[in-house]
Design a protein around this ligand. Structure first.
Ligand SMILES: Cc1cc2nc3c(=O)[nH]c(=O)nc-3n(C[C@H](O)[C@H](O)[C@H](O)COP(=O)(O)O)c2cc1C
Length: 354
C-alpha cells in the first residue's frame, strides 16, 4: 500500500514524514532542504543556528536571526516546492523574536515544544504560516488547545506527539521513560487523539497528528498510521545521512553506537535528555563544568549553578569535537548501521513493503 500524503492546511507533503528539528546545527538547510525535496517536511532548528557567525559570542540573537534567514533561503533553493518549517523552543529567550524572524524568512510552519507555546497563534496572526505544538500527554494537548481556542479563536494546523524514545530533551521523567521502554506509547497516543478529535469537531476541520520517538522503518510508519495518526516525525534516522548538517564525526558516533551506549542525561534546563555515553557525559555526571560565557538560550537555566553549558556542549557536537560534547540521539540510534543519502532513506521508508 502506498503511504498517504500529509495535508497541513493548504500545504501537502507527498509523504507523511516530518523530519524533526535538531539543534544545535544538526538540522539546518542541508537536511531540511533535502527532506522537503524528497517529499517529506523539512525542519530547520532555530537553536543557535548562528554559532558559526563571527559575532555569535557577543550578539547571539542577531547572529542567530541572520543565520536562520540564510538557512531558510538556502533550504528553499534546494526545495522550491517543498515544505520547510522551523523548530523553535518555547522556553527560549527571545521566543517571540525568533518566531517573527522565521515568519519573515519565509517559513511555512513553526513547530514548538519544550514547554507549551501559549502565545504562538498571536505571533503568526495575519500570516499563512502554519503552527504545530509538540505535546507529550493528553493533558498538555487539552490545556494548550483550550487556551488557543479561548484566547485566539483558532487551533493547531498540525500536532506533534513526542514519545519517550525520542532524542534530545524529553518531556518525561526517568521513571516515565523506563515505564515505556518496551511499548510504542500507544495508550497515550489514543488518548491524545481523542482530545484532538474534540477540537476537530469544534473547529470543523481536520487536525493532522504525527508521532515521533523511536520510529525507525516502514513497518513502524504503518503501525502508527494504523492507530489513526496522519504521519510520523523522525530525527535519528536523518542524522545518518550525507545531507545532515552535523559533522561527520557526529554521524559516525551513531553508526558505531551500541545499545548500551545510549543513556539519559540531566540537562541544565531541568529536563531529561537522551544522548550517547561519551567522556563528556561521564564527566558531567560527576563534576561541574562552569560555563565560560552565557548565550541566554533557555530561561530555565541558571548559569551560576548549572552543571554545564548546554549550548557550548551542543555546539562542540555540531563541530565534531565528539568527546567534549553532548551527542543527543533517539533510543534507536544503535540500530543505525550506515550513512546514506536522504533520497535513499526516503525511498526505503516509503517503498511499498509488498
Ligand atoms: C540530535 C537531536 C537533536 C534534537 N534537537 C531537538 C530540538 O532542538 N528541539 C526539539 O524540539 N526536538 C529536538 N529533537 C527531537 C526530534 O526533533 C524528534 O522529535 C525525535 O528525536 C524523534 O525521535 P527519533 O529521533 O527516534 O526519530 C532532537 C533529536 C535529536 C536526535
Amino acid at each position: 500500500m502506498n503511504l498517504p500524503e500529509l495535508k497541513i492546511g493548504d500545504l501537502t507533503a507527498r509523504f507523511p514524514i516530518v523530519q524533526g528539528g535538531m539543534g544545535i546545527g544538526i538540522s539546518l538547510s542541508g537536511l531540511a532542504g533535502a527532506v522537503a525535496k524528497e517529499g517529506g517536511v523539512g525542519i530547520i532548528s532555530a537553536a543557535q543556528p548562528g554559532f558559526n557567525e563571527p559575532d555569535f559570542f557577543n550578539n547571539s540573537f542577531g547572529a542567530n536571526c541572520r543565520a536562520l534567514t540564510k538557512e531558510l533561503k538556502k533550504a528553499r533553493e534546494i526545495a522550491p516546492e517543498g515544505i520547510i518549517g522551523v523548530n523553535i523552543m518555547s522556553r527560549g529567550y527571545y521566543y517571540d523574536d525568533y518566531v517573527k524572524c522565521a515568519v519573515e524568512g519565509g517559513a511555512d510552519l513553526i513547530v514548538s515544544g519544550a514547554g507549551l507555546p501559549m502565545d504562538l497563534p498571536g505571533l503568526v496572526e495575519g500570516t499563512n504560516v502554519k503552527i504545530a505544538p509538540i505535546v507529550s500527554s493528553a493533558k498538555a494537548a487539552r490545556v494548550l488547545l483550550n487556551v488557543w481556542a479561548r484566547h485566539h479563536k483558532r487551533t493547531a494546523d498540525l500536532v506533534v506527539i513526542e514519545g519517550p524514545k525520542a532524542g534530545g530533551h524529553l518531556g518525561y521523567t526517568r521513571e516515565q521513560v523506563a515505564e515505556h521502554a518496551n511499548d510504542g506509547y500507544e495508550k497515550e497516543i489514543t488518548e491524545i487523539l481523542a482530545v484532538i478529535r474534540t477540537f476537530e469537531e469544534k473547529f470543523d476541520r481536520k487536525i493532522p497528528v504525527v508521532f515521533g520517538g523511536g520510529v525507525f522503518d516502514r513497518k513502524d510508519i504503518d503501525h502508527y498510521l494504523s492507530l489513526g495518526l496522519s504521519g510520523v516525525q523522525m530525527a535519528t534516522r536523518f542524522v545518518a545521512t550525507y545531507e545532515c548538517d552535523a559533522a561527520p564525526e557526529f554521524k559516525q558516533m551513531y553508526v558505531n553506537a551500541k545499545k548500551e551506549d545510549i543513556t539519559l542525561v540531566n540537562s541544565p534546563v531541568h529536563m531529561v535528555g537522551r544522548a550517547l555515553l561519551n567522556p563528556f557525559v561521564k564527566h558531567i555526571s560527576k563534576d561541574r563544568l562552569p560555563p565560560e560565557t552565557c548565550f541566554h538560550c533557555l530561561k530555565t537555566c541558571d548559569p551560576r549553578t548549572t552543571q554545564y553549558c548546554i549550548s557550548m556542549a551542543l555546539i562542540r557536537a555540531a563541530r565534531g569535537d565528539v568527546d567534549h560534547a553532548l551527542i543527543f540521539c533517539g533510543a534507536n540510534a544503535w540500530r543505525v548501521d550506515k550513512i546514506q543519502s536522504v533520497h535513499d532513506l526516503m525511498m526505503e521508508l516509503t517503498a511499498d513493503p509488498e
